[in-house]
Design a binder for this molecule. Structure first.
Ligand SMILES: Cc1cc2nc3c(=O)[nH]c(=O)nc-3n(C[C@H](O)[C@H](O)[C@H](O)COP(=O)(O)O)c2cc1C
Length: 166
């Protein structure tokens, strides 16, 4: 059996807001509950405070590429808790815009991922992490090869996994 960690309930929405550098400026109660950190411990900290070592750098590179380009992005993310456990989420990250369409920060809402999708993404992330011992490009190329094979853009690939279509 694969260890999926702490499971989110169906109604959980783990929410946070960051400044342009990715420092946390807001988080909701679900964020506090699942991460195990207090508000004081996370406010002003970089979002990698919950980063798990099993997450490939190439996934975060993709995430930042989308949001810096003004687009939303979806990702399966394994986060660590303060006490060393982990929880998987399906994250949606969006730029927050002011009335002049300038990006003033970023916003993320995370919900329960489909466990079947997590079982499929775990070996993909493992091979990406392994490739990152050599280079970030090698890791990106693993992801790109899958997207080419499936003939799907990145966000649609994530959706299709969540809906158990692929
Ligand atoms: C709104 C927002 C939410 C984020 N949520 C997470 C998250 O839940 N977990 C995570 O590891 N990184 C998250 N990140 C990405 C981090 O900023 C960072 O890129 C990532 O943790 C990798 O850290 P590193 O670049 O220091 O290795 C988020 C970024 C933004 C802008």
């Amino acid at each position: 059996m694969i260890d999926l960690g702490v499971e989110l309930s169906n109604s959980t929405l783990i929410t946070s807001k960051t400044d342009l550098q990715g420092r946390i400026v807001y988080c909701n109660k679900d964020f506090i509950q699942y991460s195990g950190f207090s508000e004081q411990e996370v406010f002003g900290k970089p979002h990698n405070i919950v980063r798990h070592k099993d997450m490939p750098r190439a996934v975060f590179k993709t995430l930042w590429k989308y949001i810096k380009n003004g687009e939303e992005v979806f990702a399966f993310v394994k986060n660590k808790t303060k006490n060393g456990q982990h929880y998987w989420v399906l994250a949606n990250v969006t730029p927050s815009l002011d009335s002049n369409n300038n990006t003033i920060g970023y916003y993320s809402v995370r919900r329960k991922p489909n466990p079947k999708a997590i079982e499929k993404i775990i070996p993909v992330y493992a091979s990406m992490i392994n490739a990152e011992k050599t280079s970030l490009e090698a890791s990106e190329s693993i992801l790109n090869t899958i997207l080419t094979e499936k003939n799907l853009p990145y966000n649609e690939f994530i959706f299709s996994m969540q809906e158990n279509l692929i």
